[in-house]
Write a protein that binds this ligand. Structure first.
Ligand code: FES
Length: 345
């Protein structure tokens, strides 16, 4: 098993504030403060309804200079596996177990132009970067994608700070953002930083890959929890461990296999590093790839998947790259569970 050797500490909850529909900001005072740069996140220990404890990662959305006060923001996921429910229940004065800020999404200073794209609560990872770029006098645009104004956290503040550098894409008012137009209109040497739902980031990544742009100029952080299809239970079989386990909609395949005693490798648990890869030996259903580790070409044959985020659905779903919507064939709801046989490293 691979795990991050992170130093855990206690952090006291200073304040809890609703910053948009379903999004809550929590200000924390860690016992051992260190400065938190833009792009950092903290891992937080959460208590789940079934009594287990688990870890969730949240971007640092704001911090004091010394890091003695850091803020995170949490979207209450409708299909919460328990983490966001827990975080929406904490109160000022409570104590949480947290790590020091971890940097997996650094902002490279010195690019000729920047484009920042935030989808929904992904603004938490992008907000600090935009502030730094403004302070440096850099050439940048901040694209903020939200379904409605009510669900766009920090919107008024961003409008005041960034003025016409902020480009809003409010789906309820203007329809979906045109990713093709966004990419075509960028300066040749622009770097793009994005954080948001997997579907949005997949579309941007595909469009970026099809263009002649440098792939290293595309940088992102994921939430790793939003797929193309509704999560449903499925069965996973690991012959080498003689294990068969049903993966519940509220847990990942990785968690289900760990629960069954399979020694799994992992690192990010967000679909970014590929360490949790399993090889697919047999598949009855369709893989809902929710990672950003594999390219489209690697995903197409359904020969491997990232167990920390990707799932299997029954039947033969299809998805539209143009509309971003998912369709499922009529045989999906026959009551038959999807099934996948895998090999693990
Ligand atoms: S643990 Fe990193 S992709 Fe699954």
């Amino acid at each position: 098993m691979v795990d991050k050797q992170l130093a855990w500490q206690t952090a006291r909850v200073l304040a809890c504030t609703e910053v948009a529909d379903g999004i809550r900001r929590i200000d924390l005072a860690p016992d051992h403060p260190v400065p938190a740069k833009p792009g950092t996140h903290v891992d937080v220990g959460v208590h789940l309804p079934d009594g287990r404890t688990d870890t969730r990662s949240y971007s640092v959305v704001g911090a004091s200079k010394t890091g003695d006060r850091i803020a995170i923001s949490i979207y209450r996921t409708p299909t919460s596996r328990g983490g966001s429910e827990f975080m929406h229940g904490v109160q000022p004065g409570d104590e949480l177990k947290v790590t020091a800020p971890v940097q997996d999404f650094p902002l490279r200073i010195g690019a000729p132009a920047y484009v920042l794209v935030a989808g929904g609560v992904g603004i938490t990872a992008i907000r600090g970067m935009a502030s730094v770029l403004k302070r440096l006098g850099a050439s940048y645009e901040l694209h903020y994608v939200g379904t409605s104004v009510a669900r766009m956290a920090y919107r008024e503040e961003l409008r005041a700070v960034h003025g016409d550098r902020l480009v809003e894409h409010i789906t309820e008012e203007h329809g979906r953002m045109s990713v093709a137009e966004l990419i075509v209109g960028l300066p040749a040497a622009a770097e793009l930083y994005m954080c948001g739902p997997i579907r949005l980031m997949e579309e941007i990544r595909r469009t970026w890959e099809r263009s002649d742009r440098d792939i290293t100029a595309l940088r992102y952080e994921t939430f790793g929890n939003s797929g193309w299809f509704e999560a449903e239970p499925f069965e996973v079989v690991v012959p080498q461990y003689n294990v068969t386990v049903e993966v519940q909609p509220t847990e990942s395949m990785l968690e289900a296999l760990e629960r069954a005693g399979v020694d799994m490798m992992f690192d990010c648990r967000r679909g970014e590093c590929g360490l949790c890869e399993v090889r697919i030996v047999e598949l009855d259903g369709q893989v809902d790839h929710r990672d950003v580790f594999y390219s489209e070409r690697q995903k197409a044959p359904n020969s491997k998947m990232c167990g920390c985020v990707s799932r299997v659905i029954a039947g033969t779903g299809s998805r539209s790259a143009d509309t971003g919507t998912a369709h499922a064939a009529a045989d999906r709801h026959t009551g038959r569970c999807a099934r996948v046989v895998v090999e693990v490293s």
